[in-house]
Design a protein around this ligand. Structure first.
Ligand SMILES: Nc1ncnc2c1ncn2[C@@H]1O[C@H](COP(=O)(O)OP(=O)(O)OP(=O)(O)O)[C@@H](O)[C@H]1O
Ligand SMILES: N[C@@H](CCO)C(=O)O
Length: 322
């Protein structure tokens, strides 16, 4: 459930007076998501999403996230567009939280990923990299390689989902840091492009991407790392078997829009190991630090430890269908 901060009707009407969106027609909290409080908002001008940024988002970074969405939307990417108030500002404050209104995107995220989703996903990811190509902002990846060892150390001594997990992650992490590629194309990446962040319309024979959301982990990093995140999040089955058909479709979709260099292709196995470690670590941290009775469901770190084992056994990029 993700409505941490309640907004009264009166506070919202007062907030909306700063915009040219007409009168409030309806609003309701959205249960999905874990980071921020989200409300679906209907005004005389249409449908919108109101987000109140909670404690894990650094307010100083919001101009980067909102600026990036604005920039990519102006270049034709289907992502939320931050709505500006009469004063030209998209970021303001509501119920003592930083808050913004963005446009509503149609479509639904795939509860069950099929290979037919993966081609359009790859193309949409490359289109995102393209649209962000000339964005002037930048943000270091706080959950990138330099953050992984400190994060692992913060998990030391905490609750573990299985025996030996800490040691397994520690060994794999040291190897990944040694193998990590130094010179690959860099740009703005999404860094959390899981199925629940990609909307599809299923109005034809093949699903179409209708929108990408949740840019609050976006940062400046290796473009191919975004592909590695997607290979992890989209191409494993419920029993953790890797589905090479999905991977092949994802990579072909991406390459239809952006050329992958030989160096990027060769780096895929280590990038995939790193991405699996990143999600295993944040989940492991939450595993030990989510208070009993909290309203959010903890995600299982082992899902990504199992993915890591697949990547660790991969002999080269051909494991991903290349
Ligand atoms: N622009 C949008 N258009 C339509 N629906 C949206 C939009 N933004 C968010 N939503 C809805 O709100 C839900 C939660 O949004 P989001 O994933 O950004 O939440 P979060 O708490 O910030 O993220 P996280 O996935 O990191 O927990 C989405 O699953 C979707 O249903
Ligand atoms: N996508 C992340 C959580 C939100 O960033 C995960 O599944 O662990």
């Amino acid at each position: 459930m993700a409505v941490y901060t309640e907004v009264t009707d009166e506070a919202l009407r007062h907030f909306l007076a700063s915009y040219a969106l007409g009168e409030l027609v309806a609003f309701r909290g959205i249960a999905e998501g874990v980071e921020n409080s989200n409300y679906a908002l209907k005004t005389e001008a249409g449908d919108f999403i109101l987000t109140l940024y909670e404690k894990r988002v650094d307010p100083a970074e919001l101009p980067y996230f909102l600026g990036l969405m604005d920039h990519m939307a102006a270049r034709g990417l289907a992502c939320p567009v931050p709505v500006k108030g009469a004063d030209g500002e998209a970021l303001r404050s509501l119920a003592d939280r930083p808050a913004a209104i963005c446009t509503f995107l149609p479509g639904v995220w795939p509860r069950r990923v099929r290979p037919e989703h993966c081609g359009p996903l790859g193309t949409a990811l490359a289109a995102m990299h393209d649209a962000a190509g000339d964005f002037s902002g930048s943000r270091a990846n706080t959950l990138g390689p330099s953050g992984w060892l400190p994060l692992l150390n913060r998990c030391r001594g905490g609750a573990m989902p299985a025996e030996g997990v800490f040691e397994e992650l520690s060994t794999a992490l040291h190897q990944v840091l040694e193998d990590w590629p130094r010179v690959l194309p860099v740009g703005q990446i999404h860094a959390d492009l899981f199925p629940d962040n990609v909307f599809f319309l299923n109005d034809g024979k093949t699903p179409r991407v209708s929108g990408i959301i949740d840019f609050y982990f976006a940062c400046t990093d290796l473009l191919a790392y975004d592909i590695a995140v997607c290979l992890n999040a989209w191409c494993f089955e419920a029993d953790f078997a890797f589905n090479v058909t999905k991977a092949r479709a994802l990579l072909a979709g991406y390459r239809a829009r952006r050329v992958l260099s030989q160096a990027e292709i060769e780096a895929l196995p280590v990038l995939c190991r790193g991405a699996a470690i990143r999600f295993a670590l944040t989940r492991l941290f939450d595993w030990a630090n989510t208070p009993e009775g909290a309203m959010v469901t903890r995600k299982d770190p082992m899902d990504y430890v199992r993915r890591l084992r697949f990547h660790a056994a991969a002999r080269g990029p051909d494991a991903y269908g290349l």
